[in-house]
Write a protein that binds this ligand. Structure first.
Ligand code: NAD
Ligand code: UDP
Ligand code: UDP
Length: 316
């Protein structure tokens, strides 16, 4: 008899984690969702709680966790600048102590382990687009450093456990992703612009809006997670996962206003410190090794995300 795969998702009640849990349940896995609800919520996984293969555990992964699982997706970490800068020492701690605990767990139970790393490991990049071979341009004592350096150290830990203990690791470098279940008040650009435009309030563009980002719709990203996890053991990453379509922040503002038909005007505010000027993934590796590339265009993804926030605003 084939027993269902037991999968632990840390940060499973967050934006990406909740979509991943749903996707794993659809693939007949047993899912243990571990979250301390720092930025995530029960609401994000409410629709999964009736599924007998789903379990939700409130736990902070900076403390040890003793469970039996076959696979671990380590997503726990606040992801937006407002949240990760709110308690920067905690941000470093979850990235470093949290990763050590999850790696220790993976080692004890021989589980395969996936790390949600980030394009922020490239910092304010001098090479464009960014391939995995680029070592990055990261400030180590700035306001974003707790996140960037925390994630870099987590990658180091993953590769040290791989070399020292032969762990099966999968490290994904995730680029900006958006979709339903984004936290409405975490200050990320897509959620901010959509909420502002739906309420016909000024759209807050930081700087002159010429900085670029590449936005991936959440369903495409989660497909990439699953393919990376299921890839042969020698595929460890780090591997970029993101949508190479690159837009200026001003272009994004104009798209959101036009799709919603909003009367919002653009308001230019100061650019935050260390804000990267450009970001776009080179996804050659993901294409070649996983046969993966995003399918959902920005306009399509924005429509789905707008519908989510519209519903959220009208029910609150
Ligand atoms: P999110 O803030 O919605 O989710 C993070 C989850 O982790 C939340 O549910 C939070 O409560 C939980 N968490 C935080 N600290 C914890 C702890 N100590 N113990 C247990 N749970 C804890 O963010 P997200 O956008 O879903 O990001 C998920 C992961 O993907 C993060 O590691 C993030 O760094 C990474 N990532 C996200 C993006 C993106 O664009 N969304 C880009 C790059 C990397
Ligand atoms: N750990 C855990 N769950 C486990 C096994 C280990 O949370 O099932 C934690 C434990 O707290 C430890 C960390 O993972 O501090 C690293 O474990 P490892 O075995 O690599 O190192 P050691 O215990 O020798 O420090
Ligand atoms: N940004 C903006 N207005 C906002 C929120 C963000 O102009 O209301 C800009 C921000 O300065 C950055 C880009 O949008 O240049 C992406 O910001 P986000 O926080 O979403 O992601 P990150 O900076 O981590 O890529």
């Amino acid at each position: 008899m084939n027993l269902p795969k037991k999968v632990l998702v840390t940060g499973g009640a967050g934006f990406l984690g909740s979509h991943l849990c749903e996707r794993l349940l659809d693939a007949s896995c047993e899912v243990l969702c571990v979250d301390n609800f720092f930025t995530g919520s029960r609401q994000n996984v409410q629709h999964l709680t009736d599924n007998p293969r789903f379990e939700l555990l409130r736990h902070d992964i900076t403390f040890p966790l003793y469970v039996h699982v076959d696979e671990i997706y380590n997503l726990a970490c606040p992801a937006s600048p407002i949240h990760y800068q709110n308690d920067p020492v905690m941000t470093t701690r979850v990235n470093v102590h949290g990763a050590i605990n999850m790696l220790g767990l993976a080692k004890r139970v021989s589980a395969k382990i996936f790390q949600a790393s980030t394009s922020e490991v490239y910092g304010d990049p001098e090479i464009h687009p960014q391939p995995e071979s680029y070592w990055g341009h990261v400030h180590c004592v700035g306001p974003r450093s707790c996140y960037d350096e925390g994630k870099r150290c987590a990658e180091t830990l993953f590769f040290d456990y791989y070399r020292e203990h032969g762990l099966k690791i999968k490290v994904a470098r995730i680029f900006n992703t958006y979709g339903p279940h984004m936290h409405p008040h975490d200050g990320r650009v897509v959620s901010n612009f959509i909420i502002q435009a739906l309420q016909n309030e000024p759209i807050t563009v930081y700087g002159d809006g010429s900085q670029t980002r590449s936005f991936c719709y959440v369903d495409d990203l989660v497909e990439g997670f699953i393919r990376l996890m299921n890839s042969p053991d020698e595929v460890t990453g780090p591997m970029n996962l993101g949508n190479p379509g690159e837009f200026t922040i001003l272009e994004l503002a104009e798209k959101v206003i036009s799709i919603i038909g909003s009367s919002s005007k653009i308001s230019f505010l100061d650019l935050p410190a260390d804000d990267p000027k450009q970001r776009k993934p080179d996804i050659t590796q993901a294409k070649d090794v996983l046969g993966w590339e995003p399918k959902i265009r920005l306009e399509q993804g924005l429509l789905k995300t707008i519908a989510y926030f519209d519903n959220l605003l009208s029910s609150s």
